[in-house]
Every structure is written in structure tokens, then in C-alpha cells.
Ligand binder design. Sequence first.
Ligand SMILES: [Zn+2]
Length: 271
Amino acid sequence: MPELPEVETSRRGIKPHILNKKVTDVIIRRKNLRWTIPVIMKKQLIGQEIIKVDRRGKYILLYTSAGTVILHLGMSGSLRILKKSVIAEKHDHFDIVFSNNKVLRLRDPRRFGAVLWSQSDPLKHKLLINLGPEPLSEAFTAEYLFENSRSRKVAIKPFLMNSNIVVGVGNIYANESLFAAGINPKRATHKISLKSYQNLVPKIKAILKKSIEQGGTTLKDFINEDGKPGYFQQTLCVYGRDSEPCVNCGNLIKQITQAQRSTFYCTTCQK
Ligand SMILES: [Zn+2]
């Protein structure tokens, strides 16, 4: 599943090709993605220029003066920039064609992705309005997590993965950040001290930043090859390492399930 670093890499990858470019066509080959692609978008988007390529959580936002395209990659989506002449394949459901003869193409085999159209402020769209702060923004602090955790009895790992608390901390990043901070993923959020949150927050930021940077190094591949940035190359300390020795202490990494997601942790290093 594309996580925040992959989405940010995609945003950075498409931006130079479509910013300030005029839309000449919109091709909807299959409109029933997670939600139906609104037909009105086609009429309103053609002739417009992309004036900003932004991201909020895992949503990519293509602003024009007539409205904003809201893109989500779902479980299996990827974006590519191609020459207009490249023939669409089976899972290529949606294209925006530009005046420079390039096309932004969404491929999404499982069709959990989304293409939506907002004629007002996209940040107020019902899917975006309740999102928590961006993890790399100044709004995401230890104090913020501490204050928002006092009345919640949920475990820390699902708490971090709740997009109403903070966006973009996916399963891999939640596992790795908790290991880096030495916090047991089962601990109740309201029992974790401010000091522990002060330790945790910089770890989350550092791990996400590193992933985005690594994605950035493969931008060329992203554009030319299969649309998959190499964000996953980051060394993982616990994620997917069930029954392998802990990189710190050698104790075997344990796997459990929390909120239907796999959790990996070291019972010695994470208290
Ligand atoms: Zn350990």
C-alpha cells in the first residue's frame, strides 16, 4: 500500500511535468474506483492550468482556478507521467492530458484509489477536513500527542495510525518509530509520559523524512520505469522481522496483531 513517503515522492515526481501546464483532455476509462469519478470534472478541468501540486495526508491535490482534483492511490494505485502516445493498459483507469503532450496516468489494479473534484477549498472536503496534522509539520509535537492522549485508553500503535490524530504514520512507520523510541506498542496512550512522547515524535519525523529522501533518489526511475519509487529500501529494524534477532539486544522479535494490523516489537528493548 502506498504510504505517505511514496505519495510525497509521487507528488514531487509529477509536479515539474504538470505545473503551469494546460489540461487538454481528461480520459475516464473506468469511473468506478473507490468512489465514482465525477463526470462534471471533465468539463470543468479541460482548458484549466494546474497552478499548484500539493499533498494533504495521502491525498494529492491538483489545484486549478476552476477546482481541485483530489487523487488517492488506495491500495495499489500509482501515477506516471508518459507521452500522450503511450497506449493505456488494462488497469490504467484515468488520464489527464496536457498541452505539452504528456499525460498523467493513474494505474490502479484493485480500484481502491480515488479521483475526486472539489469546487471549493479541498482542505474542507469531507475526506480531508478531519485529518490530523502533517507529521513533518510544526503542528505535530510531543505536547500535541500528550494532550490528545489523556482521555484515550487505546494502545499507542493504533493511536499513531489514526489519521484523525496524525496523518501518514502507516503500519511500517508506526512499528519502526516505536522501536526507535523504546516504547511497547501495547502501552496505553494515556499512561505514556510527556517525556516519552518527546522521545517518540522526533523518531517518527526522522523515519518519515529518511523514507521521503530515499524515494527522492529514485525519482528518475519513478518517471521512466514502473511507477514505484524505492522508498521501501530503508533498513527496517522490526517490521517484517518476526522471530529474527533484535538489532539491539539479539532477543527474538515478536509479532502480534493490533487493530487487525501486524505489530512487530522487541519485548526487551520496548517497555
Ligand atoms: Zn531488543
